[in-house]
Design a protein around this ligand. Structure first.
Ligand code: AMP
Ligand code: MG
Length: 611
C-alpha cells in the first residue's frame, strides 16, 4: 500500500462523477476543524501548466531539472521526471509534500493505486462500483442509494450532498490513525496532572499547528487607527492604502550628466556637431525648445527640455569651442532618460494596509510628499513573572532563589515587535497577590502574558484563580520545549500563561504568542520565515512532538545554508539559546535526523519593530 507519515485519504471515481466539486466543498469544512491540507491531484499525462515562451518554460526547455516560480504569497515547483515514460505515481508525488505544512493529504484520482480512499459514485451514471475490486476503498460517497453487487463487503455509505457527514467520517478516520489528529482547540483539554512532560507521543496533547490555529482564530485585529508623522511610523503597521498623488519621477529627466537632444538628430554614419543652446541643472527648468542639430547641456535629474528625448553621456562627446559639441555614432533613441511615472504612476496604490513600515517605505512615502500616515495603535502588552523563588536584578539572591530572566527575554521579544509594553514585575505564588496582579494587568492592557505557574503541580492553584477571573483553557501542546500553555480571556483582555522555564518561555512566545500579537497588531504577514538547511549534527528524536532545537546556521559563500545543534537543549539552558541563531524545526512525525539530511530552520530574524 502507498503510505505516508502524514495521514492521507483519496477520492476515486469515473471521470465526471463530481470528485473535484466534492473536494472543494470538503476543504473549507476540514480547514474549519483546524487541519492544514495538501491536495495531490492526478493530472492528465499531457498536462502542461507552464506556457510556451514564458521564462519558466524557457528555463525548463534549456534543461533545468527544477524550476521554482515564486511570486506574491505563492511558490510553484516544476520538477522534471525525464527518465520515466509514464505518469508520476502517488508515492513519487508524495515526496514533494512539505511535511511541516500538512496534517492531512487529500488525493484526487490515482484510482488504480492502493491507498485509503473514498469512492464517489452516482448510480444514475450506470457505471459499476469500483470498491468490490479495491480493498483500499473505505467508504462510498453517493447521491442516491447504490445497488450493491451480491456478496460484496459492506461499506459505510455517505451522502455526497452533505459534506459535513463526509468531514465527520474523515475526522473519525484520522482519530483512528496514529498519532491522533489535532482536535479543534479553544476551551477543550484540561491539563491532566498525572501526565509527564517527558512523554513524546501523548494523545492528550494538541498538535502545534492545531494550537496555533486555535489561538489565531480567536484573535481579531485591534483596528484602532492613529496618525503618526513619517519617522514615528517606522516599524508600525500601516492602516491605510497609500496612493500616489502624482508621478514619480514627476518629470521625464536625465539619468546622466551629458547632452539632451532629439533622437532624430542622432548621427547614423558620421560625427555630427551640435549647438549647445542651454545648460540645465537638476531642479532647474528651461522654457525653450531644442531644435534641429541643437542640444542642451544637462545634469542628472534635470527635466528633459521640450523637443528632446535622448541623452548622450558627457564622456561620449567632444567639446568644440564653448558653444558646440561633437557626437559620434552608436547611440540609441531614448537612452539615458528616466520617464515620468516610471517608478510610480499617478493614482497607483503603492502600499497596502497591514504591512509593517520599513525604512524603504518611509522613503517611498516621503517621495510622494506625505508627512503623516495612519497606522494601527500597537497592542498594549502587560507581563509579569510568577514564583516565590524569583528575585529581580538588583536584589540580593538568597539561597535557593534565581534571578528573574523571563521578564528580560519577554521584554526583548515584545520590544522587537514594536508593541506598547508594561512590565509588572514579579508576583509571589500566593492566591491574593496573583489575583490582584491578573486583575490589574487585565485592566491596563490588551494582552497579559505571565510566565511560570502553569506546569504540572502548580496548575491547579493558578487555574482556580484564572477560572474564576476569566475564560481560560489550559492546554498541553505537543512541542518541545514548551508544552503547558494557558490561553483565553480575562474580561476582554487576551491572556497567555507561559511555562516558567526560560527557554520554554522563548519558544512558546515565538511559536504561539508572537503570531497572535502580530495579528492583533493588524499585520497581515505574521508567519515566521522558514528555510531549508543541511544538518551537520545527528539529532535524536522520538515521533510525537514538534521540536524546536536551538541551532547555529552558517551560510557558505555560494549561498548554501548548513546548521548544527547549538549544544545542551535543556529547557532552562539560556546559554545555548543565546548562542543559537535559529531553531531547527522538527515536525511531530520526525524520528531523528542524520548528518547531511535537509531540515527546516527558522532564523531568529527580527520581525518588524524598529524601536
Ligand atoms: P514553573 O513553571 O513555575 O514551575 O517554573 C519552572 C522552572 O522555571 C522553575 O525552575 C522556575 O524556577 C523557573 N522559572 C520560572 N519563572 C522564571 C523566571 N521568571 N526566570 C527564571 N526562571 C524561572
Ligand atoms: Mg513557579
Amino acid at each position: 500500500m502507498t503510505s505516508s507519515h502524514i495521514p492521507m485519504i483519496g477520492f476515486c471515481a469515473y471521470s465526471g462523477t463530481g470528485k473535484t466539486t466534492l473536494l472543494t466543498r470538503l476543504i473549507p469544512l476540514l480547514k474549519a476543524r483546524g487541519l492544514r491540507l495538501t491536495v495531490i491531484k492526478h493530472g492528465h499525462h499531457s498536462l502542461e501548466l507552464d506556457k510556451p515562451g514564458k521564462d519558466s518554460f524557457r528555463f525548463r526547455e534549456a534543461g533545468a531539472d527544477q524550476v521554482v516560480l515564486a511570486s506574491l504569497k505563492r511558490v510553484a515547483l516544476m520538477h522534471e521526471c525525464p527518465n520515466i515514460n509514464r505518469d508520476v505515481s502517488l508515492a513519487e508525488a508524495l515526496q514533494f509534500v512539505q511535511p511541516d505544512c500538512a496534517d492531512l493529504i487529500l488525493v484526487e484520482g490515482f484510482k488504480h493505486e492502493n491507498y485509503p480512499k473514498i469512492e464517489v459514485h452516482r448510480p444514475s451514471l450506470g457505471r459499476p462500483l469500483l470498491y468490490p475490486q479495491d480493498a483500499s476503498i473505505l467508504a462510498l460517497a453517493v447521491d442516491q442509494p447504490p445497488a450493491f453487487p451480491t456478496g460484496a463487503r459492506p461499506l459505510p455509505v455517505l451522502d455526497m450532498n452533505t459534506p459535513e457527514t463526509i468531514t465527520d467520517f474523515i475526522m473519525q478516520y484520522l482519530s483512528d490513525q496514529q498519532p491522533a489528529p489535532a482536535p479543534r482547540m479553544p476551551g477543550s483539554t484540561e491539563i491532566r496532572s498525572a501526565d509527564s512532560c517527558m512523554d513524546d507521543a501523548d494523545p492528550y496533547s494538541h498538535s502545534y499547528q492545531a494550537a496555533l490555529t486555535g489561538i489565531l482564530e480567536t484573535i481579531q485585529p485591534l483596528n484602532t487607527r492613529i496618525s503618526r508623522n513619517l519617522r514615528e511610523a517606522l516599524g508600525m503597521v500601516l492602516a491605510q492604502p497609500i496612493h500616489s498623488p502624482h508621478n514619480v519621477p514627476a518629470h521625464t529627466n536625465s539619468a546622466m550628466d551629458g547632452y539632451a537632444l532629439r533622437s532624430s538628430d542622432l548621427p547614423q554614419d558620421a560625427i555630427r556637431e551640435f549647438k549647445v543652446v542651454a545648460s540645465l541643472f537638476a531642479g532647474q527648468h528651461w522654457d525653450g525648445k531644442c531644435g534641429e542639430n541643437e542640444c542642451v547641456r544637462i545634469m542628472t535629474g534635470a527635466p528633459m527640455p521640450e523637443g528632446t528625448d535622448t541623452v548622450v553621456m558627457q564622456e561620449q562627446t567632444e567639446k568644440c569651442g564653448t558653444q558646440h559639441v561633437r557626437i559620434g555614432t552608436g547611440h540609441r533613441a531614448g537612452q539615458n532618460v528616466r520617464l515620468a511615472g516610471e517608478d510610480i504612476a499617478s493614482g497607483q496604490t503603492i502600499l497596502q494596509p497591514g504591512r509593517r513600515l520599513t525604512p524603504a517605505d518611509l522613503g517611498l512615502m516621503a517621495s510622494l510628499g506625505l508627512s503623516e500616515v495612519k497606522v494601527f495603535r500597537p497592542p498594549r502588552v502587560a507581563f509579569f513573572s510568577t514564583g516565590d523563588e524569583l528575585r529581580s536584578v538588583g536584589e540580593v539572591l538568597e539561597p535557593g532563589c534565581v534571578y528573574d530572566s523571563n521578564r528580560y527575554t519577554l521584554y526583548g521579544m515584545l520590544r522587537q515587535l514594536g508593541l506598547d509594553i508594561l512590565d509588572l514585575g514579579v508576583v509571589r505564588d500566593d492566591p491574593a497577590s496573583l489575583e490582584a496582579a491578573f486583575t490589574e494587568a487585565a485592566a491596563q492592557a490588551d494582552v497579559v502574558i505571565t510566565s511560570g505557574g502553569v506546569s504540572v503541580g502548580e496548575a491547579d492553584f493558578t487555574k482556580a484563580i484564572l477560572e474564576r477571573l476569566g475564560r481560560i483553557s489550559f492546554w498541553k501542546i505537543a512541542i518541545k520545549p514548551g508544552r503547558p500553555l494557558a490561553f483565553g480571556h480575562i474580561n476582554d483582555t487576551l491572556f497567555f500563561g507561559l511555562p516558567g522555564n526560560p527557554v520554554a518561555v522563548m519558544v512558546t512566545f515565538q511559536q504561539l504568542v508572537q503570531p497572535a500579537l502580530l495579528k492583533l497588531a493588524g499585520e497581515q504577514d505574521y508567519q515566521p520565515l522558514r528555510v531549508r538547511a543541511t544538518c551537520q549534527s545527528h539529532l535524536r528524536k522520538k515521533p510525537g512532538r514538534t521540536e524546536f532545537i536551538r541551532g547555529i546556521s552558517h551560510s557558505a559563500p555560494d549561498g548554501s545554508l548548513s546548521v548544527e545543534r547549538a549544544g545542551h537543549q535543556g529547557s532552562g539552558i539560556l546559554t545555548t539559546m543565546s548562542r543559537a541563531n535559529c531553531f531547527i524545526v522538527l515536525p511531530a512525525d520526525n524520528a531523528g535526523v542524520e548528518v547531511g539530511a535537509t531540515v527546516i530552520i527558522q532564523p531568529f530574524t527580527r520581525q518588524g519593530g524598529y524601536a
